[in-house]
Design a binder for this molecule. Structure first.
Ligand code: MD3
Ligand code: FE
Length: 210
């Protein structure tokens, strides 16, 4: 018998694809080493949100031609240089480019790779990704390290949400209507992986920006 609430039960928007275990253990280790090299050149920082001036609990860095950044006065935007070192962002890790090519059919190469580093109680509130000029290409997300509880909703904040566990090596593809879905990370489950040196979780998001 269907549940009484089945009419309003959550169904992910078209264009949402979760690919569990897309990267095997050896590929995860190789990507982790590539990300470490990026972070040595472009150290993670805690960006500041525009209105509140609050620092984000997630530490960030970027690779690629453009990097996502926010500070109190400039707001959310893409920038071509690391805010502290002034250097251009390092190249996008090879394994990440391979994932993009494998899961996107005819999209041009990614312009940005945001690196989110979750340590301790870091989390990310429910939001939409709309700082890109073009929503035609999907966003591709790669999880490394500790497991996380990921929340996905609809294209309005009012719609119901559902949570999924993301594990190391999982890949998410957010295309079509799902490209503008509300989403966030409720919490990371500490000590569930030994991949990230120093512990925690890393998420890479690959995007077209312009
Ligand atoms: C759904 N990152 O960087 S990845 C972000 O795990 C971000 O660090 C989270 O949200 C993280 O903006 C979630 C999964 C994800 C990424 C982009 C999306 C889900 C998405 C874009 C649209 C819809
Ligand atoms: Fe996001």
């Amino acid at each position: 018998m269907p549940r009484a609430d089945s009419d309003t039960a959550f169904a992910p928007l078209p264009g949402f694809r979760l690919l569990p275990g897309f990267l095997d253990a050896a590929q995860q280790r190789e990507l982790m080493a590539q990300v470490q090299a990026v972070l040595e050149d472009a150290p993670p920082y805690h960006a500041t949100m525009p209105k509140s001036g609050q620092k984000m609990s997630v530490a960030m860095s970027n690779a690629g031609a453009l990097g996502w950044y926010t500070d109190k006065d400039g707001g959310y935007r893409y920038v071509a240089q690391h805010p502290k070192t002034g250097r251009p962002w390092p190249a996008i890790p090879g394994i990440a480019r391979d994932v993009w090519r494998a899961v996107t059919s005819d999209a041009p190469a990614p312009e940005a790779c945001l690196i989110n580093l979750y340590r301790g109680a870091a989390k990310m509130g429910l939001h939409q990704d709309r700082d890109e000029a073009d929503f035609a290409a999907p966003v591709v997300s790669i999880s490394l390290g500790d497991e996380a509880m990921f929340r996905l909703g609809g294209t309005s904040r009012k719609e119901s949400t559902r949570s999924f566990k993301l594990s190391s090596g999982d890949v998410l593809v957010l295309g079509g209507a799902a490209r503008l879905a509300f989403h966030g990370i409720d919490r990371v489950l500490p000590g569930t992986s030994r991949l990230v040196p120093g512990g925690g979780r890393i998420n890479l998001t690959l995007r077209r920006v312009t």
